[in-house]
Structures are given as C-alpha cells and as structure tokens.
Design a protein around this ligand. Structure first.
Ligand SMILES: [Zn+2]
Length: 269
C-alpha cells in the first residue's frame, strides 16, 4: 500500500468504457473501480446469477460504499477475494458477509497476526492528517478470509472460470493473482503511479514472481493501485525489481531506486 493517504472523494475511474458508480469495464463483464483513497483498485466479475468482488477497501464504511456500487451493476450474490492482507484490500470485508471470502492460506494467517498493528498504524497516520476516517478504521471489524487457496483454485462465478493463483512471494508472503478471460488482477505485485511498496515485501523473490505473472498476461493488467497497465509496464517493473534485488545482494551497484526505497528494502531483508 502507498504510504500516503488521500482525502475522501468520489472514485476516479479512467480507461475503458465508462459505466455507473465509478466502474470501468476492462473486459466482458469485468470491471475496475479506481478510488481516490490510496488510488486503490477493486474489481468485479459478473456471471450468470453470481459475481465476484476483488478487494474490499480500507474500512467498513468504504466496504459498504463498494457494495452499493456493486449493486448498481448487478443484483447477483457475491463472493469476495482478497489479493493480500494489507488493510486497504481487506478491512472492508465485513460489508460483504456472510459471503465466502477467498485468499491465500497464509494471507489469513498474516491478517490475523497483523490486523491490530495495521489498524494502529493507519489510525495514527489518519489522525495526524486530520482525516475523519481514523474513527472508521479504528472501529472496523476485521473479517478473516475463510476460503483458502494454496497454489491455485478455479472458481465458477456464474459459469465463468476465475483463477486464483499464488505465484510466489513478492509484495507480501501471500499475494494472489486473479485471472478471468484475458484480464489479470495483480494485486500489489504490480503498482502503477508509485514505486512497489516494500513494507513487508520479499524484494529478493519479487522479480521472479512477477516473471511468472508475466507468463499469464494476455490483455489488461489491473494493478492494486493506479491505472490499468499492460505487459510492457509489468516487464519494466519486473526489471526494476530485479535490479533492486541485484543491488541488495551486491551483484550490481545499480541506481534504479531512490534512497528511501533502498533504505526501506534494506531494513526488510
Ligand atoms: Zn499492499
């Protein structure tokens, strides 16, 4: 997740065909909703009599707003997937209960172990910024994923095959990539508009994981934050991550990353 929180506001969708409530259709009945808050992307896949929501935003109120936005597109019952255990992708889960919530098995463990630490950190940042969402994060119930993925699961979302894959460690130890038709939701394994976030990352393994992700790219790639990208963008970010790993292991004296990023990455080794 990016370090800086932004102020509340309407979704800022871009690219593709405009639809309602901030959704943009990037594939056949596959939608992205890009939010001003943290420039976060959530996804929606609509099938016959069922839909899938990808990531749930930062607190119950934002989750409810997302749920309302889903209802402008489809009345079908939803299933949820969390791409990873960071608060901005899963603290809105409670808004979608009693639906099943899918995630990597270690994501559930990570969220259980870190939720209160994440909450405290985010609340402190929001309070410092005078953001009223601090109270909403402070009181949000954390709902752990209860349908767990090892390496791969294929969901039937109203007749549509949606793959949930764990390709290796990277942004966290438990990132999932969600694929439907030619659209790939990359979670924060790919980030547009900001450097890849290293908070609890695996910088020496991340490039290999993105290489595996590249092998799945057939069309649009939806990053966890920022604009929808393509294979060339993902390849360039992979190369940056590989350069970082080389620098960290002393294989090169590359200067691809600025000092704050280096310091952050170095402290996580
Ligand atoms: Zn993240």
């Amino acid at each position: 997740m990016p370090a800086a929180a932004s102020s509340a506001g309407e979704p800022d969708a871009s690219g593709g065909s405009p639809v309602t409530a901030g959704w943009v259709e990037v594939g056949d009945r596959v939608f992205v909703r890009r939010h001003r808050e943290l420039d976060l992307n959530c996804g929606l896949v609509v099938g016959e009599g069922a839909c899938l929501v990808i990531d749930t935003r930062s607190h119950l109120g934002e989750g409810r707003a997302l749920a309302e936005a889903v209802r402008t597109v489809t009345p079908h019952p939803w299933t949820v997937v969390n791409t990873h255990a960071h608060h901005d992708h899963c603290f809105g889960n409670a808004a979608f209960r009693p639906a099943p919530i899918w995630a990597h098995r270690d994501c559930a463990v990570e969220l259980d172990a870190t939720a209160e630490q994440q909450r405290a950190s985010v609340v402190a940042d929001l309070l410092a910024a005078g953001d009223p969402d601090a109270e909403l994060v402070a009181t949000t119930p954390v709902e752990l994923p209860d349908h767990l993925v090892g390496d791969r699961v294929v969901l039937d979302v109203g007749g549509r095959a949606v793959s949930l894959r764990h390709l290796g460690r990277g942004h966290t130890g438990a990132d999932l990539v969600v694929g439907v038709d030619d659209v790939l939701f990359a979670g924060d394994l790919v980030e547009e508009g900001a450097p890849p976030a290293m908070d609890d990352a695996y910088p020496l393994e991340w490039a290999d994981t993105v290489t595996a992700l590249l092998g799945l790219v057939r069309g649009p790639v939806v990053p966890g934050h920022g604009a929808v990208v393509d294979a060339a963008f993902v390849a360039a970010q992979r190369d940056d991550l590989a350069a970082l790993a080389d620098w960290l292991t002393g294989r090169s004296a590359g200067l691809a990353f600025d000092e704050p990023t280096r310091r952050t990455a170095r402290t996580r080794l």
